[in-house]
Design a protein around this ligand. Structure first.
Ligand SMILES: NC(=O)c1ccc[n+]([C@@H]2O[C@H](COP(=O)([O-])OP(=O)(O)OC[C@H]3O[C@@H](n4cnc5c(N)ncnc54)[C@H](O)[C@@H]3O)[C@@H](O)[C@H]2O)c1
Ligand SMILES: O=P(O)(O)OC[C@H](O)CO
Length: 332
């Protein structure tokens, strides 16, 4: 099967290598020509773990591979999903009849659309062919072939199943399901709670505080997800609770790291610049805050993260605010 993977960052490169090793003909497309050349000549490595791409995996900035690719995998950061789709369309690429997989985690600012909805807006009529691949999966561990389980979700059970078959191997276990709304919403929102969890680390609070963020964060995530049309059970699975846990606790998480820097007093901007990689939770905190407001859903942690990142609120004041809210029943 010929597959084009868009985005040669950590995740795109990791998934391209996995698909290649699963026996597919894979082309890895990178928007930055210089980076594409350096990756193709193997001058630079895409993985934090220090291993290299398979020898015969082609990295390119050209769109030639699209014509005969039956599958297209998006692994670009969410803020570039629309511009990447438009670039493809403007250059005559059609996604008609192709299996489209999105491994990108995010909700677009302003439109508040999920990634599959953004793809479908630029390429109308493709929604049924889109599957979201998501779950607790840090590139640093997948590229070292550490056992990992994720989920493949599409409105079309056939697209979810085709996606599962492409990726599944002895270290990458893929479940499938049809709740793409729940899976994409969980993927985007967990990053905001990972920032909150990092803030807890930056403030030198302990495991109790972090567990409170994870469990009350899961509640907020499920409230928004259900209001958007997702199924509650999805939020307690791999793409919800699973990804929330890994991102809030992992030493690899960029979102947690950004939160830690903010907890130590850096601004969101400074924290992101010093990271040098994408932390989706920063931009997604805006979307999460706006979605909560629009749907009139109670999301106190999201609201406080938003205020700390964008309104100059002190991290410690945000924690105090959360702890001293009016008492309430846990299940409300
Ligand atoms: N890294 C992980 O462990 C991991 C795991 C699961 C999901 N994801 C998701 O995958 C997506 C990509 O993350 P990543 O870790 O690969 O990011 P990254 O920071 O490693 O790479 C960013 C990529 O974006 C590209 N890029 C920069 N500007 C661009 C533009 N204007 N247009 C198109 N591409 C541009 C860069 O060239 C690079 O290829 C995110 O949504 C992330 O949440 C990442
Ligand atoms: O490193 P993070 O925080 O972007 O998280 C990466 C993945 O989403 C973990 O599943």
């Amino acid at each position: 099967m010929k597959i084009t993977v868009l985005g040669a960052g950590s995740w795109g490169a990791t998934l391209a290598a996995l698909l290649f090793e699963n026996g597919n003909d894979v082309v890895l497309w990178e928007f930055d020509k210089k980076r594409a050349e350096n990756l193709q000549s193997r001058k630079i490595k895409p993985f934090a773990a220090g291993n290299d791409l398979p020898k015969d995996l082609l990295v390119t900035n050209s769109l030639d591979s699209f014509k005969d690719s039956k599958t297209v995998l998006f692994a670009v950061p969410s803020q570039y999903m629309r511009s990447t789709c438009k670039y493809l369309k403007d250059n005559g690429v059609s996604l008609d009849g192709k299996l489209i997989i999105s491994a990108t985690k995010g909700i677009e600012n302003e439109t508040l659309l999920r990634m599959s909805e953004v793809i479908n807006e630029v390429f109308p009529g493709t929604y049924k062919n889109i599957a979201a691949l998501s779950g607790p999966s840090h590139a640093e561990e997948v590229c070292m072939k550490m056992p990992t389980a994720v989920t493949s979700a599409s409105e079309s059970a056939e697209a979810a199943e085709k996606t599962r078959k492409l990726f599944m191997n002895k270290y990458f276990r893929v479940y499938n399901q049809t709740d793409i709304i729940g899976v994409e919403t969980g993927a985007a929102l967990k990053n905001v709670f990972a920032i909150a969890s990092g803030i807890v680390d930056g403030l030198n609070f302990g495991d109790n505080t972090k567990a409170a963020i994870v469990s009350r964060g899961l509640k907020e995530l499920a409230r928004i997800g259900v209001a958007l049309g997702g199924k509650e059970e999805t939020f307690y699975g791999l793409s919800g609770a699973g990804d929330l846990m890994v991102t809030c606790f992992s030493r690899h998480s960029r979102n947690r790291a950004v939160g830690e820097a903010v907890g130590k007093g850096k601004s969101a901007d400074e924290a992101e610049k010093s990271l040098g990689m994408v932390a989706e939770g920063i931009k997604n905190a805006i979307s999460a805050y706006e979605v909560g407001k629009k749907l009139k859903v109670e999301v106190p942690i999201i609201n406080e993260v938003y205020k700390v990142l964008f309104k100059g609120k002190k991290a410690l004041d945000a924690v105090t605010e959360l702890m001293t809210r009016a008492p309430k029943h846990e299940q409300e």
